[in-house]
Design a protein around this ligand. Structure first.
Ligand code: GLU
Length: 264
């Protein structure tokens, strides 16, 4: 099922969570970023188009400046994102440049998706970048966003992006293998659910735990993202980004995940 979903998609939005992009000590996982850029270059050669939604600004900020890690104050968190976003994109730029690919950065908030003119501009920018072979890399504009205009998590941001760009597929890479019937960190007999047709039914049958170390999402926001895109006819794939060559192994069926089928 997964290899077919990927093979059938030409326009793919891929979201990478902070836990996938950072090493356990909080520094950027450059080896992962290089490997990922390599796999994106292969997709491009195969005629596919990719838009990335990359988290990791805050964790990159902490590892860059080595201060304020425990401060909860929003201004410090925004300052960390302002510092870390540069670091994050510097790493992406080097990783993609080594594969002769340019990248472009878009920083967005919820407000941008509510305003028709801004939405049109974002859409045109993404289409133009992709048409010209440039890889757009999107994150929330954390340093300008406050509670009311915040999307808050990149799972929902990537869903909004997939809808905006009329993508054929959304892939969320996280530190979990997919959706389980029980929390796999607590229950050894938890089973991975390979395919989800009805998200409301799924919600009723699983336990939704809290988010983990660096990420903001957790399974709850992943289901919200799945609800958004599948309603627009876009399937979503949730898989583990820490497996070696995670994109390739998914495409060839060597690794698995959970597919949320698009609603008819
Ligand atoms: N925008 C946040 C960052 O780059 C991450 C949001 C998320 O993890 O969903 O640090």
């Amino acid at each position: 099922m997964i290899p077919k979903v990927i093979a059938d998609a030409r326009k793919i939005v891929i979201k990478l969570g902070s836990n996938t992009l950072a090493l356990p000590d909080g520094t950027m996982n450059r080896a992962f970023m290089n490997e990922f850029a390599d796999q994106c270059a292969d997709l491009a050669k195969a005629g596919k188009q990719v838009v990335l939604v990359s988290s990791g600004a805050q964790v990159a900020g902490v590892s860059t400046i080595d201060r304020w890690a425990r401060k909860k104050d929003i201004h410090y968190r925004q300052a960390l994102c302002a510092i870390g976003q540069v670091e994050l994109m510097q790493n992406w730029r080097e990783a993609f440049a080594a594969r002769d690919l340019h990248i472009g950065q878009l920083l967005l908030t919820r407000e941008d998706f509510k305003d028709d003119q801004r939405t049109l501009n974002m859409r045109n920018t993404i289409f133009t970048l992709v048409d010209e072979g440039v890889v757009p890399i999107i994150n929330e504009n954390d340093s300008v966003s406050y509670e009311e205009i915040r999307i808050g998590d990149n799972d929902n941001l990537s869903a909004l992006t997939a809808i905006l760009w009329s993508a054929d597929l959304l892939i969320l890479f996280s530190d979990i293998d997919g959706v389980y019937d029980k929390n796999p960190k607590e229950h050894s007999d938890a089973a991975l659910i390979p395919e989800v047709k009805d998200i409301t039914e799924l919600r009723a049958g699983i336990t939704i735990g809290a988010a983990n170390s660096f990420g903001t999402g957790g399974i709850g926001t992943k289901l919200e993202a799945a609800e958004k895109v599948t309603a627009y006819g876009i399937p979503m794939l949730l898989a583990n980004g820490s497996a070696p060559r995670c994109l390739e192994t998914l495409a060839t069926g060597k690794s698995g995940g959970t597919v949320f089928l698009a609603r008819e």
